[in-house]
Write a protein that binds this ligand. Structure first.
Ligand SMILES: [Zn+2]
Length: 316
């Protein structure tokens, strides 16, 4: 049998058919096309689900169930998205509506949690029961699995790992607080840090690498550092310091078997991870334990959320 996982994002809706080995066998997608009414979005979720099933050469009879990774806070008991600002959803009964449209059991989960679950089922944390997965994107997304269960607190709003403060009264965060890890270690933050360093160093190679500052992205500082640019190296070193600070906090709180890092910046691989690993090893509280957290890159990219959502009820 097969299951469907849906990644509901502010830009795209992607549905995937996942087999019992947790392999993604076919997908279909469409634009979310915000702003528009929730019912239209949910109808499109059902449509791309059927399309993905067709692309897999299957029929809906082959599908056991459906899971959705959604942004914002999801009440799992009620199957309701309580609030998702980028979709304009407030108390949206997604589960019930999608079940009616597809005639299948539907489960929902926060998207970062679903992605973490996917990495545990089939990716970098496969075979573990204690894992934390961090995604460095527009924000810092995170999901924690403790003893095989997704951590989301008594009200399903927990596990917001990116909104833990690493600099009191620091940079403003999208959540309204100041100094969150997200405000220092997201791709958005790295771009802000890169631009600031460029302003004070007009002779940096980062200017040429970003078309005179018009195309600064998460790779600009890394690329310039590889060309020997000192300002860029300082940007990367500072970014690594912040990232390692937050990751050490994750190790101290959860002591996961695997702590994996995904998102665009993670494609820097060992350039990013080797120095981060060194700081985490030096600073973590449990210096004398024999078994230490493995810090590595996530493996499944955008597929993690689909695979995790499809098998939310898989026993670990
Ligand atoms: Zn925050």
């Amino acid at each position: 049998m097969y299951r469907i996982g849906i990644d509901l994002g502010g830009t795209n809706i992607v549905a995937g058919v996942v087999d019992k080995e947790y392999k993604l066998v076919a997908t279909a997608n469409c634009k979310t096309n915000m702003p528009r009414p929730a019912d239209e979005i949910i109808a499109d979720m059902a449509r791309v689900s059927r399309e993905a099933v067709k692309n897999a050469g299957l029929t809906m009879d082959d599908i056991d169930g459906v899971g959705v990774g959604c942004p914002g806070s999801c009440n799992l008991d009620k199957g309701v998205i309580e609030r998702a600002e980028n979709l304009g959803f407030v108390n949206e009964p997604l589960q019930e509506k999608l079940e009616k449209l597809l005639g299948k059991t539907v489960r929902i989960e926060n998207d970062a949690n679903a992605a973490a679950y996917g990495e545990v089922l089939a990716g970098a944390a496969k075979g573990t029961r204690h894992a934390v997965c961090i995604t460095l994107g527009t924000g810092v997304g995170g999901g924690a699995i403790v003893d095989g269960t997704i951590v989301s607190g008594h009200n399903f709003a927990g596990g917001e790992l990116g909104h833990t403060v690493i600099v009191a009264d620091g940079e403003p965060c999208s959540c309204g607080r100041r100094g969150c890890w997200e405000a220092y270690s997201s791709a958005t933050a790295l771009i802000r840090q890169t631009k600031a360093a460029m302003q004070t160093n007009k002779d940096s190679k980062m200017w040429a690498l970003s078309d005179g500052g018009t195309r600064v992205n998460g790779r600009t500082a890394f690329d310039a550092m590889r060309e020997g640019d000192e300002t860029a190296k300082q940007v990367v070193d500072t970014y690594i310091r912040y990232l390692a600070c937050g990751l050490t906090n994750m190790v101290n709180i959860f002591q996961p078997q695997v702590l994996c890092v995904g998102g665009g910046i993670s494609h820097e691989g060992e350039t990013l991870l080797a120095p981060v690993r060194e700081i985490v090893a030096r600073e973590q509280y449990a210096q004398n334990t024999e078994s230490k957290t493995v810090l590595c890159a996530a493996e499944l990219g955008n597929d993690a959320g689909i695979i995790g959502a499809a098998y939310l009820d898989a026993a670990l």
